[in-house]
Design a protein around this ligand. Structure first.
Ligand code: MHQ
Length: 264
C-alpha cells in the first residue's frame, strides 16, 4: 500500500494528530469501530435476514393505522430513541470520541445520531418488498400512515433503498457511520480542530478498508448519501415542529427525555 497516495494529508506535520501512523494502527482503529458497531447494532444481519419474511398482517396494520396521530408519534419517538441510545453507545467507543469535551460530544450527537439511525436502517430494510424491521416484524410505509407525514416516510424508505443498493459490508457500514457522526463542520463545536483530527483518522480508516476491498469508487457515492441525510434530518425536525405545535402536551410530557433533548 502507498498510504500517502490514498490520502495526501501528512500526519507527521501535525504533532497533536490522532492520525494512525502505521498500518497496524489503522487496522486497530478500524477493528475498534467495527467491534463497537457490532456490539451496538441490536440485531445481527443474519438474524434480520432470517426474519425478512415475517410481515405484519392485515389486522396488525389496521391496528397501527387506527392509532391517533399523537399516539403513533409517541410510539415512534420511543422506538427512535431506543435506536439513538445504541448510537450513543457506538459513539463512545469510536477512538478519540471520549477525548472530546462533553459539549462537543453532545453537539455531534445532536446533529449526527438521527443520521446514523437512518444509515443503520438500511440493515433493517428488505428491498424486495420495501419493508423495515420495526416492533418485531417487517413494516411497509402504510404502517406509518397515522403519523400524517407521508413525505418523510417515503423519503426515509427511499434513502434506505438507495443505501441497500450500495451493498455495503458490515465493516463499511461501521466506518461510514463513524464518519457521519464525527464531522468537524457541525455547528456549536468548541474545539473544531480536535474534532477535525478525529474525523481525519476515521476518514483514513474508511479509505483504508475501501482500498483493501477494492471499492474505492464507493467513497464518492457515500459522500452523496451524506447530503441526502442532511435533508432527511431537516425534514424530521420540520415535522417535529409541526407536531409539537398541534400536540404540545404529548410532545412535552409523553416524549422520551432523550428525544426532546436531542431534537427539541
Ligand atoms: C435502528 C432500529 C430502528 C428503530 C426505529 C415520526 C418519527 C418520530 C419518526 C425505527 C419517523 C418514523 C424508526 C421508528 C420512522 C421513519 C421511524 C420510526 C435502525 C432504524 C430503525 C429501524 C428506525 C427506522 C426509522 C423509523 C421506522 O437500529
Amino acid at each position: 500500500h502507498d498510504l500517502m497516495a490514498i490520502h495526501p494529508y501528512n500526519p507527521l506535520e501535525d504533532p497533536y494528530s490522532l492520525y494512525p501512523h502505521s498500518l497496524r494502527n489503522i487496522d486497530e482503529l478500524c477493528a475498534n469501530i467495527v467491534r463497537s458497531h457490532r456490539e451496538t447494532s441490536q440485531y445481527r444481519v443474519e438474524e434480520l435476514h432470517a426474519l425478512r419474511w415475517k410481515l405484519f398482517n392485515r389486522e396488525e396494520i389496521q391496528a397501527y393505522q387506527s392509532k391517533s396521530v399523537d399516539e403513533m408519534w409517541q410510539h415512534c419517538a420511543i422506538r427512535l430513541t431506543e435506536a439513538v441510545q445504541y448510537v450513543v453507545e457506538f459513539a463512545k467507543h469510536i477512538p478519540g470520541f471520549r477525548m472530546l469535551s462533553q459539549n462537543d460530544q453532545i453537539a455531534l450527537l445532536k446533529t449526527g445520531s438521527m443520521e446514523v439511525v437512518l444509515v443503520r436502517m438500511s440493515r433493517f430494510f428488505n428491498t424486495e418488498n420495501n419493508t423495515v424491521f420495526f416492533d418485531g416484524k417487517f413494516a411497509g410505509t402504510e404502517v406509518f400512515k397515522s403519523l400524517a407525514c407521508g413525505d418523510l416516510i417515503t423519503a426515509v424508505f427511499d434513502f434506505a433503498h438507495g443505501m441497500c443498493a450500495l451493498k455495503l459490508t458490515e465493516q463499511q457500514i461501521a466506518l461510514f457511520s463513524a464518519l457521519v457522526l464525527i464531522n468537524a463542520d457541525r455547528p456549536c463545536l468548541e474545539d473544531k480542530g480536535r474534532v477535525q483530527r478525529v474525523q481525519r483518522s476515521v476518514e483514513f480508516g474508511l479509505t483504508h478498508i475501501l482500498h483493501r476491498d477494492n471499492q474505492e469508487s464507493l467513497m464518492h457515492k457515500l459522500y452523496q448519501r451524506v447530503a441526502v441525510l442532511r435533508s432527511l434530518c431537516s425534514l424530521h425536525m420540520e415535522k417535529l415542529r409541526w407536531f409539537s405545535q398541534r400536540y404540545p402536551l404529548t410532545a412535552h410530557s409523553l416524549f422520551p427525555p432523550l428525544y426532546k433533548e436531542l431534537f427539541a
